[in-house]
Structures are given as C-alpha cells and as structure tokens.
Design a protein. Structure first.
Length: 757
C-alpha cells in the first residue's frame, strides 16, 4: 500500500463501518419481508399491488447488497467545492449505500454525476455537471481500492489518472471469460464520455476492435436508467444485438449492474414482433459466403456483382423513397371520391374529408387516419342529427299532405301514408343508431392487407414502373426474381425486413408495447440507412446509441460504409449527432494489434477510421508459418491446442474462412471436445471452437489459430481485408497464422516489418 499507516487504519475502519451498515440494512430488510410490511399504511384497493412492488424492491436490494458486501466500493475522490473549506470524501461503488438515519451517503453509485470527477478529473481544479448546474472546485485526492475474495483490504493506491495503462494490465492479461464483465472500476475517460453522453440526441461511436464497445453500451444503459428514471421505465429501452449467440454472450452484464427488464433482442426477432408475423429468413451468411468465395467462375462473379448492387439498393433510402411513392397509391385507394352522405343528406364534403386524410392526419398510419376520420364522420352525424331529423319530419309531413290531396282511394292513401311514415322512421333510426356503421362503410371498399402482401405487390407490380430509368433493369429483375424465388420456398431475405417494418409502420402502425424511448444498436456497421430510418420511426425521436467499427463491416453490401453520410440521410441536416471514437484496444496485445493495423492500413483513409492503440504491452510475438503440406499444418494445430490447454487457456478458436473450411478442419483435427460454431448457435460456452471468419466477429479468445491465410483465400479486396482484420483481433494473448499455399500479401507486407516470429 502506498498510503500512511494512519490512512491505512482509517480506510480499514471505513470498510468495517460500510460492511456493518450493509449487514444491518440486509437484516432489517429481511425482517420487513418476513413481517409483510405491516408497518406500512396501505389503501385497501392498492394493498396487494403495493406489497408485491415492495417485495420486489426489497428482494432486489438485499440481493444487490449481498453481492457487493465484500467489495462495497472501488474508488474514492476527495473534492472541495469552490467557495467552501470543507473537504468531502466520496466513495464510489456499484450500489449506493445510505445511512437512513443521518442521510449520509456511505457509498455513492458510480453513475451519479459526481463520479465524473473520478473518471475524467485529475488532481487540481475540476468540475462536474449535475441537476443543480456546473459545480466547480478542486480534487484533492483520487484513490483506488483492491480487495481479496474474502473482502479484506488488499491494496490501496493514490492516483492522478484513473486506471492508467500499467494499472490495467492485471485486468487485461487475465484469461478470457465466456461472458462480458462489468468494468465500473476501470472505466477510462474516453469510455466515460460515451457512457454519460446526452440521451436525447443520436450518439455514434466508432470504436476499434477490442475497445469495449459492447460493454460500454451496456454500462451506458445502466447509467441512463439511473439518471433518467423519472423519464422512462427500463422496458422502454431496447438493445439490438446481431444474433442470439451474442445475446447469450452479454447476458450477465446488465443484471450485474443492477439493471433488469431492459428489452434485448436480435434484429430479426424485433422485426417479427413489429410486423406481427414470423418468416423464415434466408441465412445472410450464405450470401456472404457466396460473396467471399474466391473460387467463383466468371459468370458467378458477374452474378455476385448484380446481387451486391441489388442488396445495396434494397438497403438504401432510395428504395424507401420508392416504397413511399407506392404507399401514396395505396393510401389513395382507401379514400372515396364522394361526399359522406346518408340517403340524400350530406354530412361532410369530400374536400373536407380529403383535407383531414392527406393533410391534418398525414403523419399517422393509414389505419389510424381512417379511425380518426371515422370519428369525425360519426360526430358530424351526431352534431347534425337533430336538424336532419327535423328535415326528415318536414319531408315526411310534406309527402303525407301531398298523398292526402292527390290520392282519392282511401285504402291506397292509408297504405302510402304508412309507407311514408315507415321509411321516415327507418331513416331516422338509421341516422341516429347506425352513425358509426355508416362512417365505417364510407371506407369499406378496400380491405387492409398484410405488410408482406403490400410488399409483394410493390415488388411484382409497381417497382419497375416507379424505378423507370432510374435503376438498372438487371438489378430490378434480380430483385423480382430473388424475391419470387424466396417466396416459393416460404422465405424472405434479411434486407426485406426493413421494408416490411416500414410498411407496417406506415399502413397499420405499431402496437403500444413498442413505444420505446431509446434504442441501442450494437455491431451497427452491419446495419443499413434504411434500417436506421426504421429505428428512428419506431422511437419517434433521435434517441439512439449506435456503436460499431467500419473496419469490421464485412456485410458491406447491406451495411454502413460512412457514419457521417448515413447519419445525415437518417437524421437530416438539422440534427448533429454526437460522434465519439474509441481508439484504445483493451483486448489484444501490442504485437497482435500491430499486425491487425498493418492489415487494415490501406482501408483506413477510405473508411475514415484510425488504427487501434494497444494498451497491453510485451505480449508473445505473433507466429506465422507456411507448411509443406496440409497434413503438417493439421499436426501442428493439434500440438498447439494441447500447448494452449497446458497454459491454462480455456477459450480457444481455430478460424477457417468459410463453413466448408471449418467442417474440413473439424474432421481433420478429430477431437470430440471441439465445437463448431454456426449461425444457429444461441449459446456460447468457451472451450475449443472452430469458427468461420464471419461468425467470429464480436467474440474474443485467449488464443487464436487462423488457418489457410493464403493469397487465394485472403486477397487484398475490401471484404477479405476486413475479414482477416476481424480474425486477427479476436485473439487476446496468442495468435498463430498458418498457411500451406503462398502467404496472403496482406500479411506478407507486415512480415517484412519483422512483426512475426
């Protein structure tokens, strides 16, 4: 410990007092649970509901306090406010601990505004923002605490910069876990800015591989829920992850941060819920595998080019604009070109109805517009019913008088008069009792179809005539053919989900359960401008957190290639998103990251990205080896797997480029305990894994072996470069790169810089 003996004694007393209070609160809370909150005064009607809510609250509080008891705080910051003489010591932890008798804050939640002083401030003058405004003053002390597993004080360090690179080493060199962890004690200044960025405007985060984007996103959610708890409920948050496999991977972080009930979903699942139907999705990785296959014939190469262009088009705002043109034709079908009348009585002129439909309610979905105008039509009947009934009576009396004058035969005269009275009574009843029915019948000519039927009509009938000469005919024909082909198999493509969600929004509207306040999109480089536009439509605001790495944008034909351009298209010229970058990588060693930076270097300017800055120093050299034949390479892979296990690595990957490559590796390695990861996997359990390059994105491993890194497999094309970059940056501690054929030029160039052994 680098503190004085007096300080050490004071810190030990503080720790004991904090634990004692936690124990006391846990005991008191348990007793209240046992007593059933008999000391609370409830209204009878709210009794059961309030007791259930209190039980949940106290149960959660007990659970959280027990979880942090052995490590109640991780840092301390001493601060003197400007104009004050008193020096206040603030202890920061995962859970706030307050003495309810004195109201003293024994431990402050890491998400509280004052914690900014610890994460971003340095000794000396500093300030932080809070609801009362900007508070200025001076930081006198910053201190970190380290505890044993039993909760004893192991070490205390006085610092200036929060958790510098040297201090991070013990956290970073530990073996990879199969789940992400909370990082509240090691949050860096650049990460803290992202976590605490304003909620109500879009936040774009471009972060290098291993910079902790996913973990930071989860901590940002915990922060926003804590600080904006009066504005929304946790259920109004949605995290969109790339797949179920990834959701399992991040599963423990939010509960560990004390956050429950946040919606977490894959893009496909949330799309199905919004559309109101489930579809079989053609595996997007099959299309990617087709694109990255470097054994294509010339004819297949041409076909892939058409597929690429069609996918880019279908994912664009241009495609959305064409759907808008089609939907204008759809909305015109529902509005009759007639006045709203019952019998001969006009209750609303068609011009007034059209004004409501096309102007006043134009921002509503078509079905909602019809609902609102139906109310207007019904009200117009009710408002004029008295006058109309009077007119009916006058008309009836006039007809009766006329019959009396003109019909001499009494029997016929009485029959006609009975009919006149009957018709008048029937019409009067119809107007008064059936006003809603008449209003609904006004729009009754067209039935609302499902989003898929509208989309099919758009593709089959309207797309070609709307596109005219604006879009290449080959691309249009491919879109029609591929959609028809997928439909015959009972499937759709991933790129069809955004149009279907958009049609659902514009025609039917979205259920109230999807009234979200904030969406977090992870791996956002794989999402298109059309998808982001739909997200904005769902949230009904600009409140989004978008995190990704353009250098890992392997789904280039449907993803984002330029943050600034995409965000301008989605949010408009008047909205200026907050754009932040994460340059430091905490996953890989300096040796591994230097190789990754060399591989991606020729794309960085094009992508407007920066190379990663590794925090971990002095790791093992990257091993590269070209073998005489495949048998020798497989033999070496088997040896290395045994060596990794002897070193205690529990999370290992052998990466092949495609699924066929991985199936071959699985057979050749021949170990029963090896797991082949596929896009169908929803759970991640560590161990030894064989992974196709495109499914390794977002994961991390203690050791990685990349196989068949030859010129043919990994050319210098944009997608091959990104794939190799992704594969390299999965490794935390050890990286081997093997090939039998001639080494890819991407690595050959780095090899000349003596980065390998």
């Amino acid at each position: 410990m680098n503190i004085s003996l007096d300080d050490e004694l004071a810190e030990k007393n503080k720790l004991k007092r904090t634990k004692d209070y936690i124990d006391k609160e846990v005991k008191e809370s348990e007793e209240r649970l046992e007593r059933g909150f008999e000391d609370y005064d409830f209204d009878d009607y709210a009794d059961d509901y309030m007791k259930a809510a209190l039980r949940d609250k106290f149960t959660s509080r007990i659970k959280n306090l027990r979880k942090v008891r052995n490590k109640p705080y991780f840092a301390r910051v001493d601060f003197i406010e400007k104009g004050e003489t008193k020096r206040d010591a603030f202890y920061l932890g995962k859970v706030m601990v307050t003495d309810h008798e004195t109201l003293e804050q024994i431990v402050i939640d890491w998400r509280a505004p004052i914690a900014d002083l610890y994460y971003e401030g340095r000794l000396g003058e500093a300030n932080y923002n809070c609801p009362e405004g900007n508070i200025e003053g001076e930081i006198k002390l910053k201190r970190q605490y380290f505890f044993t597993k039993d909760g004893e004080l192991e070490n205390v360090m006085d610092i200036d910069i929060t958790t510098n690179d040297e201090m991070l080493q013990p956290f970073l060199t530990a073996n990879s876990d199969t789940r992400l962890k909370n990082i509240i004690s090691t949050i860096q200044a650049e990460q803290n800015k992202i976590i605490r960025a304003e909620m109500w405007k879009p936040l774009i985060v471009q972060g290098v591989a291993g910079s902790g984007k996913t973990t930071i996103a989860l901590h940002r959610i915990a922060y926003l829920i804590y600080n904006y708890d009066k504005n929304f409920f946790p259920e109004e948050f949605l995290i969109i992850a790339p797949n179920k496999f990834f959701l399992n991977y991040i599963s423990n972080v939010l509960p560990d941060l004390g956050v429950d009930r946040v919606q977490q979903s894959t893009y496909e699942d949330i799309a199905f819920e919004i559309i109101g139907a489930e579809y079989d999705i053609e595996d997007p990785n099959e299309k990617l595998a087709r694109m990255i296959d470097n054994n294509k014939s010339e004819k297949e190469e041409e076909m892939c080019k058409v597929i690429e262009e069609a996918s880019i088009f279908k994912s664009s705002i241009r495609f959305k604009n064409m759907i808008d043109e089609y939907l204008y034709e759809v909305e015109k079908r529902f509005i009759p070109d007639d006045d709203f009348r019952i019998d001969k009585y006009v209750f609303m002129k068609k011009e007034d109805i059209h004004h409501l439909y096309f102007r006043e309610y134009a921002n509503l979905p078509i079905c909602r517009r019809i609902e609102e105008i139906t109310k207007h039509l019904k009200n117009s009947v009710m408002m004029r019913s008295a006058q109309i009934l009077k007119d009916i009576e006058e008309d009836r009396d006039y007809k009766v008088a006329k019959v009396k004058l003109e019909e001499p035969v009494e029997e016929i005269r009485l029959s006609l008069i009975r009919n006149i009275y009957g018709d008048a009574e029937k019409l009067a009843k119809s107007i008064v009792k059936d006003a809603k029915k008449h209003a609904l019948n006004y729009f009754g000519a067209n039935k609302v179809m499902t989003p898929l039927k509208y989309y099919k009509e758009f593709i089959d009938v309207y797309l070609e005539q709307i596109a005219e000469n604006r879009i290449d005919k080959k691309r249009i024909q491919y879109l029609k053919d591929s959609f028809s082909s997928a439909q015959r198999k009972g499937k759709i493509e991933m790129e069809d989900l955004a149009p279907l969600m958009y049609i659902k929004c514009m025609v039917h509207g979205i259920k109230t359960k999807f009234e979200l306040k904030h969406i977090v999109v992870d791996e956002a480089q794989d999402f298109s401008e059309f998808q982001f536009y739909v997200f904005k439509k769902i949230v009904k605001s600009d409140s989004m957190t978008i995190l990704g790495d353009l250098a890992q944008g392997i789904y280039y034909y449907r993803g984002t290639r330029n943050w600034q351009k995409t965000m301008k298209i989605v949010f408009g010229e008047d909205t200026e998103p907050t754009y932040l970058t994460l340059k430091k990588t905490y996953r890989t060693t300096e040796e591994i990251m230097n190789v990754a930076n060399h591989v991606i270097s020729h794309l960085l300017d094009k992508l407007n990205c920066e190379p990663g800055e590794p925090v971990m120093k002095n790791g093992a050299p990257v091993t590269i080896k070209q073998f005489e034949d495949r048998e020798e390479m497989i033999s070496r892979i088997k040896e290395r797997l045994l060596e990794f296990e002897e070193k205690g690595f529990t999370n290992i990957a052998v990466i092949g480029k495609t699924i066929p490559d991985c199936l071959r590796l699985e057979k050749e390695i021949g170990r029963e305990d090896i797991h082949l990861i596929s896009s169908k996997d929803s759970e991640y359990n560590g161990g030894i894994n064989i992974v196709p390059s495109y499914l390794s994105k977002g994961l991390e491993f203690d050791a990685v072996i990349i196989t068949d890194a030859d010129r043919h497999n990994y050319s210098k094309s944009e997608v091959d470069t990104k794939l190799l970059y992704v594969c390299i940056t999965r490794a935390m501690n050890t990286l081997d790169i093997y090939t039998v054929s001639e080494l890819t030029t991407l690595l050959e160039e780095t090899n000349r810089d003596n980065l390998f052994c």
